[in-house]
Design a protein around this ligand. Structure first.
Ligand SMILES: Nc1ncnc2c1ncn2[C@@H]1O[C@H](COP(=O)(O)OP(=O)(O)O)[C@@H](O)[C@H]1O
Ligand SMILES: [Mg+2]
Length: 316
C-alpha cells in the first residue's frame, strides 16, 4: 500500500512519515504548495509538481487554514478513489470557528453561546444583550492570536470597530470560566482517543495556547469529555483530528483542529501517537480497499447473480 502525507513539512508530518514506513510499502511526503487542480474538458485532474498525481491508497492531507480551498478541492476530486481521513467539507468547516460550532450545535453537542452578525451595527446590538466579560474572536485565527476578551460593553465596542476596520468577520462568544484557566486538547482517531492533555494559561492570560506561554500537562478525560471529542470529530467528518474542549464543570467544545500536532501529544503523554495514527491509517486504508473491491465485484444474491443497488446507480 502507498500513502501520501500532504502538508507543509512540519515536524508531525515528518515523524508520521517515518512511523508509516512500518505499515505502508511506500511513503511519500508531498508539499501542499506543489498541487494543482485542473477542471478542463469535462475532467477533474489533480497534479503534483506539474505531473498527474500518482495513485495513492491513502492521502492524509494536513496543513494550514490558508490552503482550505485546495485541501477541499483535492479531497473532492479524489473522493471514493483513495482513502482520505478527512471529508472534503471538513476543510472549509473545520478551518472556520463559527461554521464548526454551527455543525456541532446541529448535532446537539455543547458549545459556548456564540453569535455572528453581518454588520458592526447589528453586532453592537448583540453586545448590549450579552453578559460580561465576553469573548470576541476572528473565524480563522490560530495560536490564540485572534481571541479577545472585553470586560464591558464599552471595550467590546472598541474591539468590534477595530475588527471591522481590518475587514475581519467577528464572532461574539460567551466567556466560559474554566478550571485554573485551561482547556483540553484531545487527539482522536475514529472512535478512539489517542491522547489528551491540558493546557493551562500563563499568569494574567485567559488564553491557554502554548504560543502565549501556556503550560501542558497530561490529562485524564472524563467519560463526557471522551464522548464529546469523538462525537465532534464525527460531526465534522474527520477521522483524525484534535478537539479543543473548555475545561469547565460543564465542558463545551470550541474548536476542531484538522492538523493537530501529533509529536507534541507524544512528548507530553509519552504515548506513541505517531505509531497509533500510522496503524489507524493502514487499517482504514485496507478496509477502504476491501469495500471497493467488493463493490467492483458486485453484490451477489447467492446464485452468483449480481444485484444492482441504488448505490451502483449513483456512483457507477
Ligand atoms: N469562550 C471562551 N471562554 C473562555 N476561554 C476561551 C473561550 N474561547 C477561547 N478561550 C481561550 O482562548 C484560547 C484560544 O481560543 P481558540 O478559539 O481555541 O482559538 P485558537 O484557534 O487561536 O487557539 C482557548 O484555548 C481558551 O483558553
Ligand atoms: Mg485553539
Amino acid at each position: 500500500m502507498k500513502i501520501g502525507i500532504v502538508s507543509l513539512g512540519g515536524e508531525s508530518s515528518l515523524q508520521l512519515a517515518s512511523a508509516c514506513e512500518k505499515y505502508f510499502k511506500k511513503v511519500d511526503l508531498l508539499d501542499i504548495k506543489n498541487f494543482e487542480v485542473h477542471l478542463t474538458d469535462g475532467n477533474v485532474g489533480v497534479t503534483y509538481e506539474k505531473r498527474d498525481l500518482e495513485k495513492y491508497d491513502c492521502l492524509y492531507i494536513r496543513g494550514s487554514f490558508r490552503y482550505a480551498l485546495l485541501q477541499r478541492s483535492i479531497t473532492r476530486a479524489l473522493h471514493n478513489k483513495t482513502y482520505m481521513p478527512i471529508e472534503p467539507s471538513a476543510f472549509t468547516i473545520g478551518h472556520d470557528k463559527f461554521l464548526t460550532l454551527l455543525e456541532l450545535q446541529k448535532r446537539k453537542l455543547p458549545i459556548p453561546k456564540t453569535f455572528y452578525a453581518a454588520s458592526p451595527k447589528l453586532a453592537k446590538k448583540l453586545l448590549e444583550k450579552v453578559n460580561y466579560p465576553v469573548i470576541l474572536k476572528v473565524a480563522k485565527g490560530t495560536h490564540g492570536k485572534g481571541v479577545m476578551m472585553a470586560d464591558s460593553l464599552q471595550s467590546a465596542k472598541t474591539i468590534l470597530d477595530m475588527l471591522d476596520e481590518f475587514k475581519e468577520p467577528f464572532i461574539i462568544q460567551e466567556f466560559v470560566k474554566t478550571k485554573k484557566t485551561s482547556d483540553i486538547r484531545v487527539i482522536v482517531a475514529g472512535k478512539k482517543i489517542l491522547a489528551a492533555y491540558k493546557r493551562k494559561a500563563a499568569v494574567n492570560e485567559i488564553r491557554a495556547n502554548v504560543h502565549l506561554g501556556g503550560t501542558r500537562l497530561v490529562h485524564d478525560l472524563s467519560d463526557e469529555q471522551k464522548r464529546l471529542a469523538i462525537a465532534s470529530a464525527r460531526a465534522l467528518g474527520a477521522d483524525i483530528c484534535g478537539v479543543d474542549i473548555l475545561n469547565a464543570k460543564n465542558p463545551s467544545v470550541i474548536e476542531v483542529n484538522l492538523s493537530p500536532s501529533l509529536y507534541t501529544a507524544k512528548e507530553i503523554t509519552g504515548r506513541d501517537v505517531l505509531k497509533d495514527v500510522a496503524k489507524y491509517l493502514s487499517k482504514k486504508t485496507r478496509e477502504f480497499k476491501e469495500a471497493k473491491r467488493k463493490k467492483r465485484n458486485g453484490h451477489s444474491n447467492g446464485n452468483g447473480t449480481k444485484v444492482i443497488t441504488s448505490d451502483d446507480l449513483i456512483y457507477s
